[in-house]
Design a protein around this ligand. Structure first.
Ligand code: PLP
Length: 383
């Protein structure tokens, strides 16, 4: 079995259709059927297995999307279904399981928004992850986001997998905040893994995409048929850009994770010198035993800070040189967001920070100056 890094580069090689080292963008929406009349078999009579790899119409699949899926399959050991966005993937997960009850905790507000549409249209009952799971029945869904938005702190996947399975329910893990190689939710009992590939897989803040990953070919086939009908397949150009990004996933994510953990430590170590810094949230500050096993290669590159006032929270981003004030996360450039701007459920004193691949010393200096201590020699630095 080739290693993780090798798979990132070569995991989709078997789908190369031309000798080009950099695969071309295939812009066609439709693909010629076989010229040999003897080979024409109705699509309905074919296994989906045969259809993938022989593109027909790009709403079903196309060469670039299939390469992305093969590449991510090679590093996750699952079947991958790509979507036009992370929320497209979440919608597909609900459509597939069609639960009567959904246990869903804190996390990305857009997923809650979709669950609320289901409650409005179909009467889906929603409970919290802390509620009594005896309300869940066979085929219902527990949707766990870990590390969670916006704080970047972890929840114990195995704990929720056991609780879900005891009721005959499925565990779906939104692992957007800790992509491979940081975390593998399948090791801890997840039935389906979801990613907003817009974030770390894309990694350059220039494409929208989502993944569902399953260990079951049957589930994959059903998801692909649903996707064909719902029209939520990832587009050609986005697939091509995503494949290019995936080559450097490991390099980027490990550096981002390391930078974030160092910056968090710097902020916590010097908190007494930064009177406006009230609290730092991050997985690296959690002490629970399961975390080392669940996050073996580092913590999420995303964390949050609580500051002294709404006014300070709104003004901090404009004092930083190396952080764009913008929503989203996972790109090579660091971002900071006054989070109440896009999520009205979070405190007005909270800022979400997504760390890029800059020199971490520059990010430390930037934060220190914004907190009123421009001279780094007065601070404790353990970079
Ligand atoms: C944890 C999480 N899940 C899902 C999504 C939705 O992804 P997308 O914006 O690709 O639809 C996001 C977006 O921020 C997210 O942070």
């Amino acid at each position: 079995m080739p290693g993780f890094s090798t798979n990132l580069i070569h995991g989709a090689n078997h789908l190369n259709r031309v000798p080009d080292v950099a695969p071309p963008i295939n812009v066609s929406t439709t693909f010629r059927y076989d010229n040999d009349p003897e080979k024409l078999v109705k699509l309905a009579d074919k296994e989906l297995f045969d259809i993938l790899g022989t593109p027909y119409y790009s709403r079903l699949s196309h060469p670039n999307s299939e390469q992305v899926e093969a590449s991510v399959a090679s590093i996750t050991g699952g079947y991958v279904v790509a979507y036009s966005s992370g929320l497209g993937a979440f919608y597909a997960s609900l459509t597939h399981f069609n639960p009567k009850v959904l246990a869903i905790g804190k996390g990305y507000h857009g997923c809650h928004g979709i669950a609320n549409i289901w409650t409005r249209n179909y009467g889906l009952k929603q409970i919290d992850l802390d509620d009594d799971f005896s309300q869940l029945g066979k085929g219902d869904v527990v949707h766990l986001e870990t590390p969670v938005n916006p704080e970047g702190v972890n929840f114990n996947i195995q704990y929720y997998a056991d609780k879900a399975h005891a009721r005959g329910a499925y565990l779906v893990v939104d692992a957007t905040f800790a992509p491979p190689p940081l975390q593998d939710p399948f090791d801890f009992g997840a039935d389906l893994v979801m990613h907003s590939a817009t974030k770390f897989f894309g990694g350059h803040s220039d494409l929208l995409a989502g993944f569902l990953i399953t260990k079951s070919k049957e589930v994959r086939d059903k998801l692909v048929y649903d996707r064909l009908l719902l029209g939520t397949n990832i587009a050609n150009l986005e697939s091509w850009m995503l494949l290019r990004s995936i080559r450097t996933l490991e390099l980027r994510v490990l550096k981002q994770s390391e930078n974030a953990t160092k910056l968090v430590k710097f902020l916590v170590d010097n908190q007494d010198k930064f009177p406006d810094l009230v609290k730092v949230y991050h997985g690296s500050l959690q002490k629970d035993d399961y975390i080392k096993k669940q996050m073996p290669r580092g913590h999420s590159p995303v964390f949050s800070i609580e500051v002294s006032s709404e006014q300070f929270a709104k003004s901090l981003p404009s004092k930083l040189k190396y952080f764009h004030h913008a929503t989203s996360l996972g790109g090579v450039e660091s971002l900071i967001e006054w989070r109440a701007m896009s999520d009205d459920k979070v405190s007005v004193t909270l800022l979400r920070v997504s760390i890029g691949i800059e020199n971490v010393e520059d990010l430390m200096e930037d934060f220190a100056a914004a907190f009123g201590v421009p001279d780094l020699s007065k601070l404790s630095i353990d970079a």
